[in-house]
Design a protein around this ligand. Structure first.
Ligand code: R5P
Length: 283
């Protein structure tokens, strides 16, 4: 039987996973010392047990909590430790874009690997970041669950915001049974990007744009505006990881978005799709 620990960022995902895997949710306590340092304690006996820790590594305090939980589990004499990271924060700094930078995705992976027999994450920004872990690391995709959610919305077309993400749109379109395509990004100058649909007719259609991450909402907002300009009926934006930084939600609404859909890899008001069923398939 799996013994499952939910970190602060992913408690509900851990609960869902416990139900699906028919495991046991481990009782823990997590609080702050007066100086704001974190204290965690595992309250159940987990010696010799197979443990799954579920924790998104965003925002930063959740990374520390994950490290402390990993150490507590190791100290308690668990048989095996699997780490489920619904949203792997720092994945976008996956290379040295400029001299002097760290490879943040690698730095974090190396530390997590120290006390892990297996790592599972969801729709990593680039699949090759899994190689940064020195332990076994695999990923699953939220796209099938997002597509299932979209079926009742009568979607005529699924779009990827750029060519690189077209496989995701194709996968969703097969489940929804509709067309798919991708948007074309054209760089106007150093700071301006134009986004327009490539050879497609969105007039009077319900369109869903699917991306891995919505951060500032800039990419999606430009895509929505373009689609609405071309006469799209409804535009849904869906992502696996809804960071919604800055004024993302306002930006999306102002652009004319009809619904914002994210999963619960990062818990927000827009977490309409549960990720646990996709993760559970990897156990
Ligand atoms: C980029 O490669 C990602 O897939 C997303 O398109 C990007 O992170 C979205 O960022 P923003 O919401 O800030 O436009």
């Amino acid at each position: 039987m799996n013994y499952i620990i939910g970190g602060t960022a992913s408690r509900s995902v851990a609960e869902d996973l416990t139900k699906i895997l028919k495991g046991k949710l481990v009782n823990i306590t997590s609080k702050r010392f007066p100086d704001n340092e974190l204290y965690v304690r595992i309250l159940d006996d987990i010696k010799g047990k197979d443990i799954i820790i579920v924790q998104t590594t965003y925002p930063d305090p959740n990374i520390i909590e994950l490290f402390l939980l990993q150490n507590a589990v190791e100290e308690a004499g668990a048989k095996s430790i699997s780490i489920v990271i619904p949203y792997y924060g720092y994945a976008r700094q996956d290379t040295k874009f400029q001299e002097g930078e760290p490879i943040s995705a690698k730095a974090l992976a190396e530390l997590i690997s120290k006390s892990a027999d297996k790592v599972i994450t969801v729709d990593p920004h680039k699949e090759y970041i899994l190689d940064f872990f020195s332990t076994s690391a695999v990923s699953c995709s939220a796209v099938p669950e997002i597509a299932k959610y979209l079926i009742v919305k009568k979607i005529d077309m699924v779009l990827a915001p750029d060519k690189g993400a077209v496989d995701r749109a194709k996968k969703a379109s097969k489940i929804i049974n509709c067309d798919f395509d991708y948007m074309e990004k054209t760089r106007i100058d150093g700071t301006t990007v134009e986004i327009k649909p490539k050879n497609l007719d969105s007039e009077n259609k319900n369109v869903a744009i699917i991306d891995d991450i919505i951060s500032t909402g800039g990419t999606m907002a430009k895509s929505i505006k373009e689609l609405k300009k071309q006469g799209a009926k409804k535009v849904f934006v869906a992502c696996t990881h809804g960071l919604f930084a800055d004024n993302a939600i306002k930006k999306l609404s102002t652009a004319g978005c009809d619904e914002i859909i994210a999963t619960d890899t990062i818990i927000s008001d827009y977490s309409r799709v549960k990720i646990a069923p996709s993760i559970a398939k990897l156990f």
